[in-house]
Ligand binder design. Sequence first.
Ligand code: ZN
Length: 184
Amino acid sequence: MAGFSSSHTWESLRPRKDEQDWADVVWFKGAVPKHAFNMWLSHLNRLPTRDRLAGWGITQVSDCCICSNEAESRDHLLLNCDFAAVIWRVVFSRLSPSLLTCRSWAEMLSWTRRCSRKAPSILRKLAAHTTIFHIWKQRNNAYHNSQSIPPLTIFKSIDREIRNTITSRSHLKRFERLMSLWIR
Ligand SMILES: [Zn+2]
């Protein structure tokens, strides 16, 4: 068989590490189920963003519901849109002050996996889940109700929800120190 290479076939069949490894970011003990589910759909790029709706012929307009400046893809809406970027900047100012933006989904995933004394991975995952959930929720609010809410107001809801999640899980050992790290 000309051109056949078993190692090449193995490489193409084997899931790449980054694809294999997503489960720990989506499902972890203490995750809020609705946030984890939304994260799962986001990771698989299954949210009905406008670029996908336009691809299915459901809408002609693919512009971002929030800024109208670019096509509404997952990465634009949840990471790169000015609206999302403002929210992420505040999240990073709490957990990774040297980081300003997250340009790609892969970059965001690898950020959640990093672990430092002041920002353990579990807190990063919790923050990413809650942030993505609230950005998507506001996108739907803009889409269905034409209601615009400033990003820092959305951050307040994210902050409140993270505090509530940590408080309600304080019996779990890995959540013990998280409140002081999040609100410091
Ligand atoms: Zn946008």
